[in-house]
Design a protein around this ligand. Sequence first.
Ligand code: HPA
Length: 265
Amino acid sequence: MENPKLNAEAASKTITELTGIESVDMALTLGSGWAKAADLAGEELANIDASEVPGFHKTSVSGHTGKLRIMQLESGKKALVVGARTHLYEGHGVDSVAHGVLVSAAMGAKIMVLTNGAGGINEKWIAGQPVLISDHINLTASSPLKGANFVDLTDLYSSRIRKLALEVDPSLDSGVYVQFPGPHYETPAEVMMAKSIGGDIVGMSTAIEAIAARAAGMEVFGMSLITNLAAGIQKTPLSHQEVIDAGKMAEPKIAKLLAEIVNRL
Ligand code: HPA
């Protein structure tokens, strides 16, 4: 059987061979709209195609770069920037979804920053607004963990780091992220269900990665860019173009915000 941890260690070794860099302090997965944050956070030390590293799949989602970068942050710390997220809906299995996180852990990252573009359930929110993820509900019916691995998920999205983020921008709102399997968007009825069980944000990533990160001993921080109001909350149909456009519009603002936050970690 394939062992995800061994695969991640092999990938980490390849990254070290290709970049000459042995370890990082933290890692960032930059989803739709967030890619520019890395440029503002520090100086690039290395930039490789994820396809050169075992276990990463060619990205099928526009808005994802397919690059792995290592940045020297202004704080002096090093960050691995994973621009090659594999989503569950791509059909490569849950181990592939967790791979970027496990590689980050194998590179020594102690903090995993997960970002995404997502739909907002809260009617007060507008497209282009970043929100903190305070917790999640995993509706994918899958886990990145196998066997009797009973990992505690209390305070999964570190309250310590959320406090730091609020020092950078006290106006940030927060919410519970609900991961659906996708790739279709939710029906309005599913959005109402997500709301009634305590959800504020709907998306197709992050929760599974957060579980893998916690199991690997990392502290997790998550942010969503609200690219649209969720189906049925917004009255117009959803489109991927709308998600991309909202990401582009919000990019300068959220990149600066995230860069400031990661430099405090
Ligand atoms: N639902 C799920 N995923 C998303 C959405 C949404 O409304 N917007 C961007 N990603």
